[in-house]
Design a protein around this ligand. Structure first.
Ligand SMILES: Nc1ncnc2c1ncn2[C@@H]1O[C@H](COP(=O)(O)OP(=O)(O)OP(=O)(O)O)[C@@H](O)[C@H]1O
Length: 275
């Protein structure tokens, strides 16, 4: 029994001998026509560190390896996935459910921007509506024969990520950080949240880790020496990738060409996922 036990088993997630009622299970079933083998959440402690970019690149990496891949864009108020893939057509539905839009290389994508009339319309919604929309992307969209689904999570550890973790059976999370963040605190928070939700942390990705000198190929740590390795060790989590600051990445995203950008930074993650 936990030291702080107040005998309210209904509101507690700890398994113990004194438990009087089962742990609450808020998991939602996917659409009956969906088939999704693995669900990976991409999280970050704050916005703008490259979470959507890593989500897109992971989907591209797995798709190139021959897997049926999908992206559920749960970043409802800042959906940037359709732009990176240059998708301008809208998602449509039929009497059975909503259909994801296929990218040029065949990645299934659902994002609020694929449903809004104009992708510049702001989403001024309260938390429960946003969380409800994410649940609908899971329950009402027909995700056919998906080997790997990547969820671009909203940044932070607030209400919406919590609902996503409770309602979607996430197999593991990948934490994206950047060196200028308060990495140690951010990673600790993400790891603790994952522990509370019983979700394994697959590994860490350090984005904007360095720039490569165009003349001599030397790696320059713009934000100083990274201590992501030590932080990973402290929490027993592997650092799976370090991405450089690369203007061509930003350009590929801006032009909607991320699928055709040549990179291999995430191959280690692909191998871990395949295992
Ligand atoms: N390594 C990089 N090199 C160059 N540009 C990058 C890199 N990582 C991200 N960017 C650019 O930075 C911007 C923000 O990235 P992104 O949208 O992936 O962040 P995010 O963490 O998902 O943000 P938010 O959660 O606020 O939506 C994008 O324009 C992206 O193209």
């Amino acid at each position: 029994m936990s030291k702080s036990c107040d005998n309210n088993c209904g509101a507690c997630s700890e398994e113990c001998n004194e438990r009087t009622s089962p742990i609450n299970n808020f998991l939602e079933k996917p659409h009956e026509l969906s088939s999704i083998k693995k669900v990976i959440g991409i999280v970050s402690g704050k916005g703008g560190v490259g979470k959507s970019l890593v989500t897109s690149m992971l989907a591209v990496t797995m798709n190139k390896r021959g897997y049926n891949t999908a992206i559920l864009d749960a970043d409802i108020t800042g959906p940037s996935i359709p732009k990176a893939f240059g998708i301008d057509k809208k998602a449509v539905g039929n009497e059975l459910g909503l259909l994801p839009v296929k990218s040029k290389t065949g990645i299934d994508i659902m994002s609020l921007n694929l449903l809004l009339e104009s992708d510049t319309d702001p989403v001024v919604w309260r938390g429960p509506i946003i969380a409800g929309t994410v649940k609908q992307f899971w329950k009402d969209v027909i995700w056919k024969d998906i080997d790997y689904m990547f969820i671009d999570m909203p940044p932070g550890t607030g209400d919406v990520p919590l609902t996503v973790f409770q309602s979607i059976p996430v197999d593991g999370i990948i934490v994206v950080t950047s060196p200028q963040e308060l990495v140690s605190m951010i990673v600790a928070k993400a790891v603790k949240m994952a522990e509370m939700m019983n979700i394994p942390v697959i590994g860490l990705v350090e984005n904007m880790s360095y720039i490569k000198c165009p003349d001599c190929d030397k790696k320059i740590n713009v934000f100083g020496e990274s201590n992501i390795g030590a932080i990973g060790e402290k929490h027993n989590i592997e650092v799976l990738a370090k991405l450089p600051i690369e203007p061509e990445i930003a350009q590929a995203c801006d032009k909607g060409m991320i699928e055709f950008f040549d990179f291999n930074w995430l191959d280690t993650i692909a191998e871990v996922l395949e295992k």
